[in-house]
Design a protein around this ligand. Sequence first.
Ligand SMILES: C[S@@+](CC[C@H](N)C(=O)[O-])C[C@H]1O[C@@H](n2cnc3c(N)ncnc32)[C@H](O)[C@@H]1O
Length: 186
Amino acid sequence: MNGFLDCLTGGKNDEYYTPRYAVLPILRYLPKDAVIWCPFDTANSEFVLALREQGFKVVHSHLITGQDFYKYEPDYWDVIVSNPPFYGKAQIFERCLSFGKPFALLMSCLWLNESAPCRLFMEKDMQLLMFDKRVQYNDQRRAPFSSCYVCHEVLPKQVMFHNLQTERGISRMYGEMQEKRKELRI
Ligand SMILES: C[S@@+](CC[C@H](N)C(=O)[O-])C[C@H]1O[C@@H](n2cnc3c(N)ncnc32)[C@H](O)[C@@H]1O
């Protein structure tokens, strides 16, 4: 819980929740019988909700339930899918790669401008699913960056492009976290 409070109150910019329309494009590339681990997600995350609707088995975890991604791993899972926190991306990718299993992480394309992706994926397979429109998180209308899925052993091609069908509506996890803030008076 402290870690989650730190996220909400410590000035970190991690509380951006993914709208459903940005989850849908990755679903077709996931093996139907796979157990998907969403490690930065509550039951109201649009990742968890959309995956379950499509018949996937899902395990989810989050700091709010005391499951720190750096320390926690579910007993069984096949593929990681989520939008991770903004901070510590290199360490997050490092841990994902250390499992030796497929993953798809939605994130700012600006990360590709850093040296970490080159260092981490020098000997590993990086795949990108890129969008023709920007994903708008929370109740924002003008995200200052584009997002893409950075994947490992998920896509059939190294770089793919997708015509993003945007729609109105914000993540239900955003609503849940707003309620949590009210409860905690922060
Ligand atoms: C960018 S948000 C995305 C949330 C959700 N995955 C989505 O796409 O709507 C990242 C979330 O990860 C949580 N988080 C930050 N560090 C974490 C950690 N070490 N382990 C688990 N969750 C963490 C944050 O509190 C935040 O809610």
